[in-house]
Design a binder for this molecule. Structure first.
Ligand SMILES: Cc1cc2nc3c(=O)[nH]c(=O)nc-3n(C[C@H](O)[C@H](O)[C@H](O)COP(=O)(O)OP(=O)(O)OC[C@H]3O[C@@H](n4cnc5c(N)ncnc54)[C@H](O)[C@@H]3O)c2cc1C
Length: 319
């Protein structure tokens, strides 16, 4: 690694002031499970001059439910979310997604804030400067997404605009289906506005402090399904997060979010419409699967994701 300053922040305001002072030349560090790998492999277009460690800020690691809203501090470990009785009770989808993240070791070190703000896993973006010329892609300020003409088997089939790298976070898919709000030191951001194609919505000195999740309707069926090449330590090829409420035998409300197919958590609104007001059966579930990928525009090597997405959506609805 190259030398950098390591600063232990003791307050969020202090960490934000340091970010402002360094004018884009410092990075926040929480668990470090993503960031330190990027520094070791020299992936970032500019090597940070300082790391601002926020693990030393007290009071940001908690899970509590108040007034029908789940509140999770940004420094809460992913493993604690997966194991929490409160989360497993009313917000089972989030507990399942947290459990699907990586391995026990990374879940014990990685934080919710870091999981939401981690960088993409696109192999052009992640190509190490230690083993050749890096790809100066759109995300690094260049003009090209190398996946378009290159090896794009793990890239987006929906919503890719210029950049086709995927949102890698499993918890993001669950939180999008649960309609969460991201709270920062500056404002509240609905999760639908947090993820953008090239970057998240945070400005330079903005820090995620809490995630809030409204309690889903009692009895709503919640499910996170992930298809990966391996059962552990792997990012989703496709994932589906569903929250479905049934009243009098028919679907009253549905939120279906797709992961592994888009640069952002992709809300499959047409799949939701295919089941709302209907009885759940083989035919409606199949129709929802087809609707989920209606607007898919696969690249040269990733059309296989269409069938996987259809099948996962259908299975999630029928389960
Ligand atoms: C081998 C491997 C497999 C993995 N598999 C999966 C997987 O299957 N599913 C999945 O979802 N993830 C997976 N991950 C990613 C892993 O979950 C993330 O590395 C982890 O969640 C990041 O959390 P952290 O606290 O360590 O973040 P850090 O590495 O400390 O930070 C990551 C980024 O977020 C920023 N950041 C951190 N906290 C905040 C905050 N509060 N406000 C604003 N910015 C912040 C940092 O500046 C940095 O840019 C995998 C990682 C590895 C190494």
């Amino acid at each position: 690694m190259k030398p950098f300053r390591h600063i232990n922040a003791t307050t969020i305001d202090g960490a934000a002031s340091l970010l402002a002072e360094y004018k884009g030349k410092a990075k926040l560090m929480a668990g470090g499970t993503d960031l330190l790998g990027e520094l070791k492999d020299r992936i970032l277009p500019a090597y940070p001059e300082a790391l601002i460690n926020i693990k030393t800020v007290p009071g940001l690691e908690y899970i509590r439910e108040e007034g029908g809203v789940l509140q999770i501090g940004a420094l809460t470990k992913i493993q604690d979310i997966a194991n929490s009785g409160v989360v497993k009770g009313n917000y089972a989808l989030l507990a399942q997604a947290a459990h699907a993240v990586s391995s026990p070791h990374i879940r014990r070190m990685g934080t919710l804030g870091g999981n939401l703000c981690q960088d993409v896993r696109c192999w052009y973006f992640r190509a190490s400067a230690l083993v050749g010329d890096p790809f100066y892609c759109l995300k690094k300020g260049g003009k090209t997404c190398f996946a378009v003409a290159g090896d794009n088997r793990y890239h987006a089939i929906l919503g890719g605009k210029g950049c086709f790298a995927l949102c890698p976070s499993d918890t993001a898919m669950a939180l999008a289906a649960l309609d969460a709000t991201i709270v920062t030191n500056k404002r509240r951001i609905p999760i639908a506005d947090f993820f953008k194609v090239l970057h998240n919505a945070l400005v330079a000195d903005e820090i995620v402090t809490e995630v809030q999740v409204p309690k889903p309707k009692s009895g709503a069926k919640q499910l996170f399904t992930k298809f990966g090449l391996r059962k552990a330590l792997d990012f989703a090829v496709v994932s589906v997060a569903t929250v479905i409420s049934v009243e009098a035998g028919k679907v009253a409300e549905a939120r279906i979010v797709l992961g592994g197919v888009s640069p952002i958590p992709f809300r499959a609104i047409e799949a939701e419409s295919a089941i709302i007001g209907n009885v759940i059966n083989e035919a409606t579930a199949e129709a929802a699967g087809a609707a989920a990928v209606k607007h898919a525009t696969p690249l040269s090597n990733n059309a296989y994701k269409i069938q996987i997405t259809k099948t996962l959506v259908k299975r999630a609805i029928l389960s």
